[in-house]
Structure formats: C-alpha cells, structure tokens
Write a protein that binds this ligand. Structure first.
Ligand code: NAP
Length: 255
C-alpha cells in the first residue's frame, strides 16, 4: 500500500497522532488551517495546502466535531472522484449525516471512531477498539479498510452511528465528564493515597490532556449525552438523600 496516498485534514492532538500511524504504511499528506512548518511533522510526511490535501486516495478528517460540517461545505470544490472519505469524530450520528449531505453523491464514506488517543495508545497492552460504520461504499472498499485496521492490531467493531453514540454517552462521555469534575475539584496526590484514589487521579490525566473543545463537543453533539447527564444527576440526588435520611435502601452496591 506504499503507493497509496492518504491525507489527514486537521493537525491537532489527534490529527498528528493519526498521521504518524498511517505513515507507517502509506504516503501521508497533512493540512492545518493554521499552517505547518517542517519541524512540526514527522519525517516523510508531506505538508499540503488546502486544495492539494484532496488529491489523494483516502482522506481522514481530524478536525473538531463542531467544525466538520463547515469544513465539508467549504471544501466542496476540491473533492476528487474515487477518494474514500473518513471522519474520525468521537460522536458518529451527526458527522455521518453531514458527510452524506455534503460529500459527492457517489463517493465512498466511512465513519470511524478510533477509541483511543495518543495517551491510551502508548500505554495500552491490549488490542484497542476502533469503530467503523459503512455509511456508503462500493465494491471491496469497506472490507479492504477493515482488513487494514485489523492488520494494525486494532479490534475493529462494526456498528451503526446511533448505536455508537448510545454506547459512548455512557462510557466515554461519563468518563470525560467525571474527569473534568475531578480536575475542577483540584485534587492532588497525598502520601497516603489508596489504590482507588490513584486510579481516580489517572482519569484526570486520561481526559484532561484532550482539548477543552473536544470535551464540550462530546457532550453537545452526542444525542444521548443529555440523558446520561440526567441519570448522573438523579443518581447524585439519590445518594445525597440516602445520606441525609440514613436510608441504605437508596444505595446501589452489594452490601
Ligand atoms: P484538537 O486538538 O482540538 O484539534 C482540533 C483540530 O481541528 C485542529 O487541528 C484545528 O485546527 C481543527 N479545526 C478546528 N476548527 C476548524 C475549522 N473551522 N477549519 C479547519 N480546521 C479546524 O482536537 P483533537 O483531539 O485533535 O480531535 C480532533 C478530532 O479527532 C475530533 O473530531 C475528535 O472527536 C477526534 N478524536 C480525538 C481523539 C483524541 O484522543 N483526542 C480520539 C479519537 C478521535 P487549528 O489547530 O488550526 O485550530
């Protein structure tokens, strides 16, 4: 696949990481609206301009969730026939709908969410999950890309966008929410930390290294995030009520 050219549009925290992974197997081009200097990109990766980034076999949009629709619309005149279009957004329903609406009618569209970032990728000892949704492809295109990501030792999970958003609101969404709450509390390590507390502090690192915009977008663009927050608030109220009334029947848990 070394003669395949793959583009990465958006060079934030995730775009840089993703470009480096793809560059292990493809010729990779990158574009950032802020401009890039050679010392910012890994060797072998080509810096492209806004038009040239679309001259490729496949393109991964790695821009913030809230900017994807705007980017899709403003890039319309640059799209090439036969390019495979991917998004990498951490929510899937809205980005998939935007891609169907704004990309050329016959183009290949694959929605993805690599369920990891630079921190979790480095630390992982297990196969990391990668969600792929076949939004619209022809022939063998989708299965070829599933095979490629499987060959990267990722655990590829195929599912529709809605199922992804329902699941992640209660997994990734709640983790990032709790991480931001813990950071807001300004918790620090102490000499007598329990193992549980050390794990809590790790959640702050795992979530708050990502951009604040990503956190806001995760909550605001996942159609199930409001339900998750309502359930969380109801749970906090139940537990406060149990404490106030000394009522153990209001508490979940084994004992
Ligand atoms: P980030 O560090 O905030 O980067 C966002 C990127 O989007 C930047 O390159 C930014 O460009 C670009 N951008 C924002 N608005 C734009 C616009 N109007 N036009 C063009 N480019 C624009 O966020 P990130 O963590 O890299 O996340 C990027 C995407 O990857 C998101 O969709 C996120 O859900 C997904 N993702 C992230 C992770 C992760 O671990 N972080 C994992 C999986 C998927 P400037 O730098 O010029 O502002």
């Amino acid at each position: 696949m070394s003669n395949t050219t793959v583009s990465v549009y958006g060079y934030g925290r995730f775009g840089k990481f993703w470009a480096d992974i793809l560059a292990e197997d493809f010729h990779v081009k990158v574009f950032s609206r802020s401009g890039l200097q050679p010392e910012q990109v890994s060797s072998g990766i080509e810096i492209s301009d806004e038009q040239g980034i679309f001259d490729c076999d496949a393109i991964f949009f790695c821009v913030s969730i809230r900017s994807l629709e705007e980017v899709l619309i403003k890039s319309r005149s640059h799209y090439k026939k036969d390019t495979v279009f991917f998004d990498t957004c951490s929510v899937k329903t809205l980005p998939s709908a935007w891609m169907i609406e704004h990309l050329p009618e016959h183009s290949h569209i694959i929605a993805t969410h690599p369920m990891f970032g630079p921190d979790s990728y480095r630390q992982s000892t297990r196969k990391l999950p990668m969600v792929m949704c076949n939004i619209r492809t022809h022939g063998e295109v989708f299965s070829e890309w599933v095979r490629y990501f499987t060959s990267k030792s990722l655990q590829v999970e195929l599912m529709p966008p809605d199922k992804h958003d329902r699941m992640t609101a209660h997994s990734q969404g709640i983790t990032h929410y709790v991480g931001r709450v813990l950071a807001d509390l300004q918790l620090n390590p102490t000499p007598i930390d329990t193992h549980g507390y050390q794990l809590l502090l790790q959640i702050i690192d795992q979530t708050c290294n990502d951009s604040r915009q990503l956190f806001l977008d995760l909550q605001n663009f996942n159609p199930y995030a409001d339900d998750m927050l309502s359930e969380l608030n109801a749970s906090i109220e139940r537990i406060n009520s149990a404490l106030k009334n000394n009522d153990k029947n209001l508490l979940a848990g084994r004992n």
